[in-house]
Design a protein around this ligand. Sequence first.
Ligand SMILES: [Zn+2]
Length: 532
Amino acid sequence: MKKLILTVAAALLSLPVSTALAADPRALAAIAPLQWVEPDAIEYTLARVRGLGDAKEQLHEVAEAGLEQMACRGLIDFRGLTAVRTGGFGYRDQFRGRSWMRPALARVVLRAHEAFRAERPTNWVTVADATQPGCGQLSYGTLVRMVEDRQSAEARATAGRVAGLNAASLDGDGPSETQRLLAEVQFLVGQPGAAEMHTAADFPLEHERFHSQNQPVLLEHRILARGLSEDGEGRTVLRVATRRYALLPDLPKPRQQKRLVAGMTRAVQKLWASGQTIQSEQVNDFDPVAGQRQVWMVHKVDQRAGLQITVLAREMPGATLDPQSAIEIRLSRWHDRKPGNGNGEVRWRPTEGGWQRWLMLSEAGHMTHAGGRDADISYVTADNTDHLRVRLNRIDVMGTWRWWQLLDETSRAAGTPLERIFIDGKVRTLFAKHLPAEAKATLLWQDIIAVSQGHDAHHHVRLASAPAEREGAALVDLFTPVLPMEDAVGVSMPGDSWIRAQAVCVAPLIPVSAPPASSTAASSRALAYPSR
Ligand SMILES: [Zn+2]
């Protein structure tokens, strides 16, 4: 069986996917224009879409509003920022770039943590997902990036880790990732994008997610939009949504594999009958072996069962579906409040010898993190262990309470108050039992800390939306004593010399105690938080 897997892998890898492929000019022309908007605009649009109860209406509204083509201005990479400072944080995200925040949130988290560490030098918190660059919506399994012609070292490294590319190959002289994607763009089930085949060995930081080093990994980069860089310097930027799929080995015993396929067939037929068709059209597609072709794509959702199915086939499928007649069948969960989600997606492809199963590599899909003012952070725990794990008995209640107090104090002092800190009901019960009465009498406990289930391994900090001048002041505060800026600032600096970057950054030095008017903060274009 192992040998068979290797043969399948070898066959897949010998496909001419990596050889330079001419772009499909129609796919190139179909890339939508990028729209830079305020973070609040994305939050508002997404909330409106989520509020629609019907799957078909949601899909229509996502397209109508151009949600996937929007990118928000003004976020900064918290991870890059703290890399040039002594943040002392733990990080869960080592490679996915879900660490972007509005400046005001970045300042509050950073300054509160500095104060916390000053009091408790041996404790720290771990930062988990914040927001994706450009307010990329956090669909399950989807890593959204803003890919620029000239990227910072940090962005190149992220691209390398997400896309399985050696960061050095994305360096200076060779083609940039932007050029590479545009040179290879094809229609992938009707949408402009590029697919690549890798092996698990190309993702060294994630080895525990794979069965073996040579397990095939399919990358699907959807190019959502193309435009010019945020800083007005005129560089090409692509908004790219990447999903990654690992080819699962067949089950060890043929009998088990047969049962698995039979189970899939039953599930597919049932869902085909019960699902509401939300999309059915003939679209352009590209396959490394078959080349450019047209396929039928039918997307059905069973909202009651919380499941969805997408079938790709050469002929329009009828009322009953024979799975064997499909080119590919995609099965995943459906969540009414998470448009476009696809948690746990498996793609089944019939082959001569049976079925291939491609499992989407999981990435959390928290939709509320779309505007740059939300961050998931660990509780303070004994010995800093079990961060981001559900271990209630490891939570240091008084340490965590102190951390929250400092978040609250810091945010109010900066004029950018907290809106909420979400915790799980079980965590609230734990705190209610151990906190002294005076703590429970505070507005922090009574008004800001709120219960939202699922927050038992982390708490979720949300800042209130702050006016532009407050965001400008936060930027000035954060970047006053600077080191290499390119790694930290969302908008790449003009020129690649960090000395030049520093000169740009230092220009609007204004004491933080007197928050500048937004026009003053805007004196450096690269640093300005946009007025709204
Ligand atoms: Zn969260």
